[in-house]
Write a protein of this length. Sequence first.
Length: 368
Amino acid sequence: MVERQSAVAVGKFGLDIGTPGIKSVGPLAFGPEGILFVGDNLGAAIFAIDVGDDVANEQGEINIENLDKPLAAYLGCSRDDISIRDMAVHPSSQKVYLAVMRGSGEAAVPVLIRVGTDGHLSEVPLDNVPFSQSLIEDAADKDDPREVSRVPLRTVTLTDMSYVDGLLIVAGTSNEEFSSTLRRIPFPFNGDTQTNSLEIFHVSHGRYETAAPIRTFVPYDHNNSLMASYTCTPVVQFPISDLKAGTHLMGKTVAELGAHNRPIDIVSYELEGEEYLLISNLNHPLTRIACKDIDRQGSLTETDRSLDDADRESIIRDGSLSPLVGAPRQELPHPGVSRMAVLNGSHVLMLQEDEAGIHLRSYATSTL
């Protein structure tokens, strides 16, 4: 199937046949005609790969209990040696693609795994495939002493990606003083990257910040806006029309999910004509926010009158937070959710972890 698509991909998207030199796998995103974008923090690069997966499938859901067991067996390692860095669903085949690091430290090996709708596992071939790459020229050096949330700055060069109208939008960091960065890379890759440094008001910290990167984001409102979430845990809106090359961009903080927490993933889905966001978190429950409530919410700043004096003093003193700061939200009873993806527009696919292992489960949007 890859061979049949190669000529089209090479001609239309400027891909070359070869072996992409992927050093690590991080964020994933699908682009036009099923081109898979793979973020590589170690190599400070993004790869576009024609995975040759063009068979249409309209299956409504995928459910695999204890996915980590067959995955470990397939990779020939223990379950503890598997780290799933991201998940994406192919727009045509509905197959699930996983970015997996096998092992730990310098010995870790990057692997791309394809999960069929029937649960069959296979490795995405990376030899003699159509691909291209875009280097992140302003990535922090590997020996840059700066850290973000106790990890080296280089390891968060790329934190999340999404393809919108001919552009790959990439969140992460740079080697600049204001290191929080949003990049826009035209596809096909032509060497041109537009960047914005970012600044937000971090409610639980009580100050403006320019270093911490977006951890996860999603386009919404017909791709007119981005909704992003940061560690510890502000939710911030960025109008796409405000993304001008080389400018410093101020986000609109619309909610605060609580201190001592890291967002993992965020997706958008529609139900009965309304759009909703789901945010999975490391230390807080799965959270749903209606987009109409975001649009009504003013910017949260240190002068925001929705915070009374007691709330503000508590936030500044110890990072605690009233759960009602900003746009209304609802906590959902889905424990252990990490990565998410929308499946066929009618289900949200979730990786859920508990004491038994890691499970891949589909939930109809009508139940969320």
